[in-house]
Write a protein that binds this ligand. Structure first.
Ligand code: AMP
Ligand code: MG
Length: 335
């Protein structure tokens, strides 16, 4: 049946509604970002933000002239992983809409959705995904009917690390884009040496670690290095660790495509470093447009579409959220 799949994203700070046609045409999302006044994300406060934004976001979505409620053939939502109170808001809205519209409900694995929207957008087929977001940092590839986690952070996500450093230095959430800007400032007057600004390099086999890097970067500021210099060094070190593990994943799996996903994949320096690595080993490097890197409802709709095509549907009684859902919990049966 031709129509639109609606996707609802609510794993953490972003509450977002997006859609995709049954043929796979991606439409822009309508999103609202929770920005804490101080400190990190409090799950309950973020969930309240999501509840309070629901009617306004639905109004925006439905006021689009191409939109019609009758064209919706399924409602997909992020079932996990994520913050429980936030996931619960998205799931409740999804259950309500699916029931009201009498269409199938689809509980979606958020991490897998990053891969599928990237595949749709870039045309890559069987990539290694470097998934770099606020809460998650994983290197993933498909094998034996699952997306397998080949390596991941042992402590905090890379985006979380950047946001925490930024917050300690008085910059508002999200800190990643501001750090990128300050790093560029540092390079204004030509290339720089890392000599003064070495940070602990957290690669452990195929896994990564960022908390030591964060502590050391904060120390460098108290030792008198400029904020611009430390932001630059933080990017160089943290991105190098991710690209190193991604390269090893390409080597071990024999795959020839690297796909970037997650909010940190908006960063031009990470894109550049990934592309250099891929060029050196004859692989191809892909990244989706920025609105599809950060968390968005369209990516949830896109994975819902792939599942729907395979006849998958989530019964209401199986639609409970799963905050600890793993990337490899989801069977990948689509092409
Ligand atoms: P996500 O959790 O996938 O929505 O991504 C959000 C994360 O992406 C936050 O930690 C942001 O700081 C980070 N982020 C967004 N844009 C950039 C950028 N240009 N450079 C680095 N990090 C970024
Ligand atoms: Mg994400």
């Amino acid at each position: 049946m031709e129509g639109i799949i609606l996707g609802i994203e609510s794993t953490a700070h972003t509450f977002s509604f997006g859609s995709v046609s049954t043929e796979g045409e991606l439409f822009p999302s309508f999103s609202s970002l929770f920005r804490p006044e101080e400190g990190g994300i409090h799950p309950r406060e973020a969930a309240d933000h999501h509840s309070e934004s629901t009617s306004e976001l639905l109004k925006k979505l439905s006021s689009n002239e191409d939109f019609s409620w009758d064209s919706i053939v399924a409602v997909a939502f992020s079932q996990g992983p994520g913050l429980g109170p936030c996931l619960r808001v998205g799931a409740s809205v999804a259950r309500t809409l699916a029931t009201r519209l009498s269409v199938p409900l689809l509980g979606v694995n958020h991490c897998v959705a990053h891969i599928e929207v990237g595949r749709n957008q870039t045309g890559c087929i069987d990539p290694v995904l470097l998934y770099v977001s606020g809460g998650n940092t994983q290197v993933i590839a498909r094998a034996d009917g699952r997306y397998r986690v080949l390596g991941e952070t042992l402590d905090i996500g890379i985006g979380n690390m950047l946001d925490k450093f930024a917050r300690n230095q008085g910059m508002p959430f999200p800190g990643g884009p501001k750090i990128e800007q300050l790093a560029l400032e540092h390079l204004k007057n030509g290339p720089k040496s890392l000599d003064e600004a070495y940070l602990p390099y957290g690669v452990h086999g195929m896994d990564l670690a960022f908390s030591g890097m964060l502590t050391s970067a904060t120390q460098k500021i108290s030792e008198g290095l400029s904020l611009e210099q430390v932001c630059w060094s933080l990017q160089e070190h943290s991105f190098a660790t991710c690209v190193e593990v991604a390269e090893r994943a390409l080597a071990h799996t024999g795959k020839t495509e690297l796909l970037l996903g997650g909010g940190v994949a908006c960063n031009d320096r990470l894109r550049e470093m990934s592309k250099i690595m891929c060029d050196e080993r004859g692989a191809n490097c892909f990244w989706p447009e920025k609105p599809f890197c950060i968390d968005n409802g369209t990516m949830i709709a896109e994975l819902g579409r792939r599942m729907l095509e395979c006849g998958i549907e989530t019964k209401i009684m199986d639609s409970a959220i799963d905050p600890t859902l793993r990337t490899d919990n989801t069977a990948v049966v689509w092409q």
